[in-house]
Design a protein around this ligand. Structure first.
Ligand SMILES: [Zn+2]
Length: 158
């Protein structure tokens, strides 16, 4: 196990491979992606993310807006989670990285911590927001701000 001050490195080729595997789902124009929110392609991307999260023994929760929360427990049951993530769905002419890097970068952090058997005090939650860009459905109601606001109002579903 590394000391707390050690400068940890992720596995950049593993992250790259995951980005390229996700990019095979919903190919778009000019090498980009068309994996719009709540389409079959988005579902396929979500399934792949779920599969990768299962492999890392993360607990998956999904709220009423379809936001995915993949949680790695910390050592302190009272510590608040640290969130990292973005969105796996894309705009109609989306790229391979917008959003996807935020989610899969978060997953890579967890893969690295698991590989090195490093426990964290706080839980880490990788989040995949639904319709964050708001291109398929009006942005209101699906933005990050509203996920947090609504979850506070209804308490967390996960
Ligand atoms: Zn984005």
């Amino acid at each position: 196990m590394s000391t707390p001050a050690a400068n940890l490195k992720i596995n950049s080729s593993r992250l790259w491979d995951s980005l390229m595997e996700m990019a095979k789902i919903g190919p778009g124009i000019a090498g980009g992606n068309n994996r719009q929110t709540l389409t079959d392609e988005d579902a396929e991307g979500r399934e792949l993310f779920q599969k990768w999260c299962d492999k890392e023994n993360l607990e998956m929760g999904v709220d009423k807006m379809g936001t995915m929360f993949a949680r790695r427990e910390g050592t302190d049951p009272n510590a608040l989670p640290v969130y990292v993530g973005s969105h796996l769905d894309t705009q109609p002419t989306g790229g391979k990285y917008d959003g996807v890097l935020g989610v899969l970068g978060g997953l890579e952090i967890i893969r690295t911590l698991n590989e090195l058997d490093i426990k964290t005090k706080h839980p880490i939650v990788v989040v995949n927001f639904t319709n964050e860009e708001g291109t398929r459905f009006a942005q209101k109601g699906c933005s990050r701000k509203n996920v947090w606001r609504r979850n506070q109002a209804h308490r967390m579903d996960w």
